[in-house]
Write a protein that binds this ligand. Structure first.
Ligand code: CA
Ligand code: CA
Length: 457
């Protein structure tokens, strides 16, 4: 009861502090929450509409590697994941499989349940013992594209077992790629008073607001990370859930004689709520200077590749982005229409792309297709075409999935249904993008790509 009164009190302070501050919602538990996803684990089996098993050693789960990037010692198997008495039960055993001394389980909602902002609750009973590493956590949906840690990682709760603090401490951590692509993380922890975590179920709560993330154990706040800056933009997009019980690895170390097997992680439920009044934040402008035309071609290359007479994208800009070698783009006279088109030179050693960024989102719901002309060098077999609503919502499609509707000189014309980008057509922020050229073997490919006549139809 006291806690409730205190919470309301703090909520009032926040209201006073932020009153008059546009776009800064009041933070706290006292929001209008709507349940958007829950699994009570009351069925006989794992619900594979929500979850997938991740099995093996990590070698077959791109972009992971053997030991899942942490030198973990277990082989993940479906048999180690069960549902019993209304709980998800993930059991680590010392029965061994393949090259690994231990077996355990790992499940994920990747490609099935995506979460962005809100409140996540899980009722969890942890295992105990040196070398046990249990986690309810999340990875950014774009992991395969941008890799870790650029995709962002949110560890809602983790425990690394062992006598003393180990069996009694919960950690909450965020990992991301910060300024100059530097690996960054922020961790908090809470050690329970008396007993160990394995004695009973605990409620873990993760509050994910547009400006900060907060971690709670049994209602007590123990970690907070502000995310209102460009370098934490990884946390302004969709994530998927993971639940696993690892054995060994760089953080927990190897089990020893004191470790008793089997050990289980129990999850009574996972619930995800949406803040009904949440206002989607606008993307933070990049403080990084992007590649531009070598001689600042006049007129600016922006308009050169837009279909003549098409003014819907007016006032935007074109940018190129990628790691490593600078990606240059420039106006070229090899135009399909008008005086010039845009040429972009991909270095071929990494991911990267070019995109239009509009000043503010436009309502493009009257259009059905994006139409463009493109000339690809022989070195490039395929690339991705993309368009986005605010906050990076949108899907990339492979150009090779579409037949050209016309060919002229070196150009091929494509018309891709806007529906294929799965974005909110009422709020289009990035109307056209070309990314990640690959060669016939699927490796990064370089070369000069020319495009022109971009419009929506
Ligand atoms: Ca349950
Ligand atoms: Ca042109």
């Amino acid at each position: 009861m006291l806690k409730k009164i205190l919470l309301s009190f703090f909520a009032m302070i926040f209201i006073i502090l932020f009153f008059g501050c546009v776009n800064t919602p009041v933070t706290g538990h006292d929001k209008e929450w709507q349940l958007v996803f829950s699994d009570e684990f009351n069925d006989k089996e794992l619900n594979t509409e929500y979850w997938s098993y991740q099995t093996g050693t990590g070698t077959d789960a791109y972009p992971f590697i053997d030991g899942w990037g942490n030198k973990e010692l277990q082989y993940y198997m479906e048999k180690n994941v069960t549902i019993a008495d209304g709980n998800l039960v993930i059991t680590a055993m010392d029965d061994g499989h393949g090259s690994k001394k231990y077996t355990s389980g790992r499940i994920t909602t990747a490609s099935k349940v995506s979460i962005k902002f809100g409140k996540i609750e899980a009722r969890v009973k942890f295992p105990s013992g040196k070398g046990l590493w249990a986690a309810v956590w999340m990875l950014g949906n774009n992991l395969p594209d941008v890799k870790w840690p650029a995709c962002g990682e949110i560890d809602i709760c983790e425990m690394v077992g062992g006598e003393g603090r180990g069996d009694a401490t919960v950690y909450g951590t965020a990992h991301w790629s910060g300024e100059n692509d530097k690996y960054s993380s922020a961790q908090g922890s809470l050690t329970i008073k008396g007993g160990i975590l394995a004695d009973d179920f605990h409620l873990v709560t993760f509050l994910w607001d547009v400006d900060k993330m907060q971690w709670f154990l049994d209602g007590d706040l123990f970690h907070e990370v502000p995310i209102n800056s460009y370098y934490l933009s990884a946390f302004q997009k969709g994530f998927y859930l993971l639940i696993n019980l690892a054995v060994g690895g760089t953080w927990p170390g190897t089990p020893d004689d004191s470790t008793a097997f089997p050990q289980s992680l129990y999850v009574d439920y996972v619930k995800v709520y949406r803040d009904v009044n949440l206002v989607e934040p606008t993307p933070f402008p990049s403080p990084i200077p992007t590649s531009t035309s070598p001689e600042d071609a006049t007129p600016a290359p922006y308009d050169e590749a837009i279909k003549e007479g098409f003014h819907y994208f007016d006032g935007g800009k074109v940018e190129a982005w990628g790691p490593g070698e600078q990606i240059n783009f420039y106006a070229t006279k090899q135009a399909f229409e008008g005086d010039a088109a845009i040429a972009i030179k991909f270095p071929g050693d990494n991911w990267g792309g070019i995109y239009y960024m509009l000043k503010s989102p436009i309502d493009a719901s009257r259009f059905k297709y994006v139409s463009f002309m493109i000339a690809l060098p022989a070195s490039i077999a395929d690339l991705e075409v993309k368009a986005e609503g605010p906050q990076g919502t949108g899907n990339a499609v492979k150009l090779s999935l579409y037949e050209p509707v016309a060919e002229k000189k070196d150009y091929r014309q494509y018309k891709i249904p806007l529906a294929d980008f799965e974005m909110d057509l009422k709020k289009v922020q990035v109307p056209f993008e070309l990314w990640n050229p690959v060669n016939a073997d699927g490796g990064w490919a370089g070369g000069e790509v020319i495009f022109d006549g971009v419009c929506y139809e």
